[in-house]
Design a protein around this ligand. Structure first.
Ligand SMILES: [Fe+2]
Ligand SMILES: [Fe+2]
Length: 197
C-alpha cells in the first residue's frame, strides 16, 4: 500500500478513537449528572483541533484532492463537497471549544455539550467514511507513480520532527495521555467517578 494511504487510514483510526471517547464520556456525564473531567475534555478538543483540523485535512486538500481532481475529473463534485466539509469542520471545532468553555464556567449544561459533541463526531465519521469508501480506492486506481511520490512525501512529514509543525509523535503523546485519562471501556483510567455535579 502507498505510504500516504497508510498514514491517512492510521490518522482516521486515531481521530475516530478520540471521537468515540469524547462522545461516550460526555454522554455518560449528561445521563448521570456527574461533573466532567475538564482536563480530559480539553485534551480531546486540543487533539482534534491541532491534528485533523490543522494537519490532516489541509494535506488532503493540498496534495491528495488536488492531484485526484486532475486525474479523475468525475470525482470533482465529491472532492468539492469534502473540501467544503474541511472548512465547515474548522467552524465546528471552534464552536465545540466555545461551548466547552461555557460548560466549565457553568453557563451551559453537560447535555448541551454532549449533543454538540455527538453532532461533531457524526459529521466527522460521515466524512471519513466517504474518504475511505470512495476517495482512497479511487486514488489507488487513478493517481500516477509521480503523484504518489509527491503525496507520500507530504504525508511522511507528519512523522518528521524537523518539519517545523506539530508532528505525529507529539500527537501520539497527546493521544496516549487521552487514553490514560479516559474511563473504561474507552480508555484505561478505570470506571468513571460517581461524584455528582
Ligand atoms: Fe478529510
Ligand atoms: Fe481524512
Amino acid at each position: 500500500m502507498h505510504r500516504a494511504l497508510h498514514v491517512i487510514r492510521d490518522e482516521h483510526r486515531s481521530l475516530s478513537a478520540v471521537l468515540h471517547a469524547l462522545r461516550h464520556v460526555t454522554d455518560e456525564h449528561a445521563v448521570n449528572g456527574t461533573r466532567p473531567d475538564f482536563k480530559l475534555l480539553w485534551a480531546m478538543v486540543d487533539y482534534i483541533e491541532r491534528f485533523p483540523e490543522r494537519l490532516h485535512h489541509p494535506k488532503e486538500d493540498a496534495y491528495l484532492y488536488r492531484l485526484l481532481r486532475l486525474r479523475a475529473p468525475e470525482a470533482r463534485a465529491t472532492l468539492d463537497a469534502l473540501s467544503a466539509e474541511h472548512v465547515e469542520g474548522a467552524g465546528k471545532i471552534a464552536r465545540l471549544r466555545e461551548v466547552l468553555d461555557h460548560l466549565e464556567a457553568g453557563r451551559v449544561n453537560t447535555r448541551d455539550f454532549a449533543d454538540l459533541a455527538r453532532d461533531y463526531a457524526d459529521f466527522h465519521w460521515r466524512h471519513m467514511r466517504v474518504e475511505e469508501d470512495a476517495v482512497l480506492p479511487l486514488a489507488e486506481r487513478a493517481l500516477t507513480p509521480p503523484d504518489w511520490v509527491e503525496i507520500n512525501a507530504a504525508f511522511e512529514t507528519n512523522d518528521d520532527p524537523l518539519s517545523g509543525v506539530d508532528t505525529k509523535s507529539s500527537f501520539d503523546t497527546l493521544f496516549s495521555r487521552i487514553v490514560a485519562m479516559t474511563p473504561e471501556p474507552y480508555g484505561l483510567a478505570g470506571p468513571a467517578t460517581p461524584a455528582r455535579s
